[in-house]
Design a protein around this ligand. Sequence first.
Ligand code: 3PG
Length: 400
Amino acid sequence: IDALLAQGVDGKRVFVRADLNVPLDGTTITDDGRIRAVLPTIKALTEAGAKVVVASHLGRPKGAPDPAFSLRPAAARLAELLGASVAFAADTIGSEAHDAVNGLEAGGVAVIENLRFNPGETSKDDAARAEFASRLAALADVYVGDGFGAVHRKHASVFDLPKLLPAYAGHLIATEVGVLKKLTDDVKRPYVVVLGGAKVSDKLGVIDHLLEKADRILVGGGMAYTFLKAKGHEVGISLLQEDQIPACLEYLARAEKRGVEFVLPVDVLVSADFPDLKTKAPANPDTVASDAIPADKEGLDIGPKTRELYAAKLADAATVFWNGPMGVFEHPDYANGTKAVAQALVDSPAFTVVGGGDSAAAVRILGFDENAFGHISTGGGASLEYLEGKTLPGLAALED
Ligand code: 3PG
């Protein structure tokens, strides 16, 4: 973007592909981190006199307009954060979008509606995506890619559109890639990785890669139960991906062979019922050893001994990457595991990176100061795929 700014953008229409995929409770944004993260790029462009067209996806609508996934609340929040008015177009390539862009003055900002309301955005058919991209290209003179959270998607606005307009990377993408590079090239050791979240299947690629890179891997969240089962423990009615057990066994064996410490919970909080996340009524969980989960109960957070163990395993780290909550942190009775990991990162002198939409939102929702972490990535799948060493379509298109 510095190269673009150096050329001058006064009066030019600049399409900024952001990732405004923020968590919503109805129309209330519960974590605006991703909107704040793109402000430096938008401000740099408006201050230079550009007409800024901001576009993003939100959620996973089915290729047609769906009010539950409207970007209107995100546009309103963007206006508040910018302290300026932001026009909103209720379509993406239709007359509203064109009117909004035509109505922009130099330094003005418009947000167009959720890109995924159009089936061309996510289509697997190259021609359908190219057609939608060419309609988007009509809205702008220049493209700035800054939706780091979506760069792993081969979608029209991420992959095809930058090929149709002069294209640049925004500040957020530059920052994210700079940070993640530190975890892939020449990482400072000990390098400790904490992985959580629901599904082990989402993490296989990154575990595969980390077994070559990390010194220690600590596992929590729903994915831990498939590993516990693979080790021969009964897990009651906990989240379990039976079909992933062979992969878990292979990774445990590889970790041992390579001398990577692979640490699983020693105790967990269990209950017969999933907690009520709306009323947050007390859940009264039991604490049990991780090899003694009752048949009729499910694990919903790591237990107190595991919290201490993981804090100790993080204490001497020089680099930490954390992706995925340790439990159902949205309920106060199951938030302590995630809080303990966040606190251990805050207390650590290591270079700490929190990656993943959920863990990033968790640290803010649980009240931690985001400046206490080395970096909080806006990318979930994107940061994992970057660490896996995959080619990310949105970055490749910008490099082209
Ligand atoms: C994310 O939340 O990880 C990004 O916004 C991408 O969203 P997606 O997984 O729906 O493509």
